[in-house]
Design a protein around this ligand. Structure first.
Ligand code: PLP
Length: 395
């Protein structure tokens, strides 16, 4: 016998992966220039040469047995100290290595955090549409409940909806800014209002309602926009960070959970995160990349190629008549399907080998997500097809 719940998850690739796999097959059949894949969030800006060189140096300069050995479960102390010092310099905090747990990307950090905060079958976690579809699986497979607050009209935080959804079983709220898929960056004002709501409700229920902030795109913003550091706004915040997108290395699986000392039961929650990581086999994140992050804990990258794509795609789709959310960060555009059915539009686009992700998994069935972390010429060549698709969907 086996777990049918796990079978179902393994048997059905996520819709994003399914489309991505289809795109790979089509590209092999028809040639890569005949397929317009806007599905997966695989960064397209290469790691800068000096950072690639540093990887080689780490390999050459460090004694190999020591380099490749297990680190302590939470990650090398020197790496965690480097990250803490970088955060302290940037955000005026006082973190130490003891509040950081290195993980295999944000996904492992999120799984460990959800599990750490699940106290029983009635533990609830609230996400706000549009949200990263895997949250639901991450929460439900740990035995918790995932509740969804519907999106607000402008894709900002829906605090009214959230106020209605919070109850005595709420363990945590999960947010993601810059947001995948809307590209919205939540402002200091909205986050302050969120903090007030969570503080009031924590007080009313006599227990902390934690805020989990999922931050793989923290530095990936355009036009110098401020991305507020959320633990400085709401005390009971845990951060799940990843280097996947900002350093263009999602395959290397490196990130961290930050459990600030200010949160309620901080040391216990940190240990619960460590225990959750342990039971899921997420101890000792990849050591080569721990060493890498130790050298570059907070390197600022040049995201101008994404900015070029963002403007080209946004202006091009708007000129055709599409209704798009203007993204301030990350590398996705959330586009309303002309007839209001994202799945139907994605299916139609697939017939032209234009691959976009239906919004239903993100909690917004009227929309599709277009990833623009792609070569610029793919957008240029796809815009005429987007025009045809727009016209075809209105017929
Ligand atoms: N959270 C969000 C919002 C994401 O977009 C992604 C990946 O696309 C993840 C988490 C998972 O990130 P990682 O590759 O670091 O596990």
């Amino acid at each position: 016998m086996y777990s049918t719940q796990m079978y179902d998850l393994g048997n059905q690739a996520s819709p994003i992966r399914k489309l991505f796999n289809y795109g790979q097959e089509q590209a092999a059949k028809l040639g890569p220039d005949k397929v317009f894949d806007f599905t997966i969030g695989n960064p397209s800006i290469p790691l800068p040469a000096d950072m690639t060189q540093a990887l080689g140096e780490i390999l050459q300069e460090t004694e190999p047995v020591a380099l490749h050995s297990y680190s302590v479960s939470a990650g090398h102390p020197a790496t965690r100290t480097a990250i803490a010092e970088d955060l302290n310099a940037r955000y005026g905090t006082n973190y130490t290595k003891d509040q950081l747990y290195l993980t295999c990307g944000a996904a492992a950090g999120l799984c460990s955090t959800f599990l750490a905060l699940t106290t029983g079958a009635d533990s609830e976690f609230i996400g706000m549409a549009p949200f990263f579809p895997e949250y639901r699986n991450f929460v439900e497979t740990k035995g918790g409940k995932f509740r969804v607050v519907e999106a607000s009209a402008d894709f900002r935080l829906n605090l009214e909806g959230l106020a209605e959804a919070i109850n005595e079983h709420t363990q945590a709220i999960i947010i993601n800014s810059p947001n995948n898929p809307s590209g919205k960056v939540y402002t200091r004002e909205e986050l302050t209002a969120l903090a007030q709501l969570l503080e009031d409700r924590s007080q009313a229920y006599g227990k902390p309602i934690y805020l989990i902030t999922d931050e793989p795109y923290r530095e990936l913003v355009y036009g110098g926009l401020e991305v507020p550091f959320i633990p400085n706004i709401y005390r009971n915040t845990l951060v799940c960070y990843s280097y996947s997108k900002v350093y263009s290395m999602p395959g290397e699986r490196i990130g961290y959970v930050l459990v600030p000392p200010e949160i309620d039961d901080s040391q216990e929650v940190y240990k619960a995160v460590a225990g959750a990581a342990r039971t899921q086999g997420y101890v000792c994140a990849p050591v080569l990349f721990q060493k890498f992050v130790e050298r570059f804990p907070g390197r600022q990258m040049d995201f101008s190629p994404y900015d070029t794509n963002r403007q080209l795609l946004y202006d091009g789709l708007k000129a055709i008549g599409y209704n798009c959310v203007h993204p301030d960060g990350a590398f996705y555009m959330f586009v309303q399907a002309p007839q209001g059915d994202g799945k139907a539009f994605s299916d139609l686009a697939m017939t032209q080998n234009v691959l976009v992700v239906p919004g239903v998994g993100f909690g917004c069935p009227d929309y599709v997500r277009v990833s623009y972390c792609v070569p610029t010429d793919r957008i240029e060549r796809a815009l005429p097809l987007f025009r045809e698709l727009y016209q075809a969907s209105l017929q």
